[in-house]
Design a protein around this ligand. Structure first.
Ligand SMILES: [Fe+2]
Length: 104
């Protein structure tokens, strides 16, 4: 088991910060899995295999969402920024710039 999620000496970090770091690593892993399934689905021809992969990717969407929600609940600034960007119709870059202005 690796301990790469820590960028600083783990013994100097609080339990809260270590949990946050683990959940960040989990978020990254879920995002990677979504991307891997996307690539596999792009190439796989077998209908049954595709159905299983699509189901598995859907699970990863859920895992990613739960990780992200956990992290946003623990970091209110992050939550504020994402509230201005996520699920907003229109120009993504413009929403990002507005979020930066409002919460910067
Ligand atoms: Fe997962």
């Amino acid at each position: 088991m690796g301990f790469d999620q820590y960028h600083e000496p783990p013994g100097e970090l609080s339990a809260k910060t270590r949990t946050f770091a683990r959940m960040i690593t989990s978020l990254i892993e879920e995002a990677e899995a979504i991307g891997w399934y996307e690539q596999r689905l792009a190439l796989e021809k077998d209908r049954e295999a595709r159905a299983i992969m699509r189901n598995a990717q859907h699970e990863e969407f859920k895992h990613f969402g739960m990780d992200l929600e956990f992290l946003m609940r623990r970091n209110t600034k992050w939550r504020e920024v994402l509230q201005d960007i996520l699920f907003q119709p229109g120009d993504i870059v413009k929403h990002g710039e507005e979020a930066e202005e409002e919460t910067g």
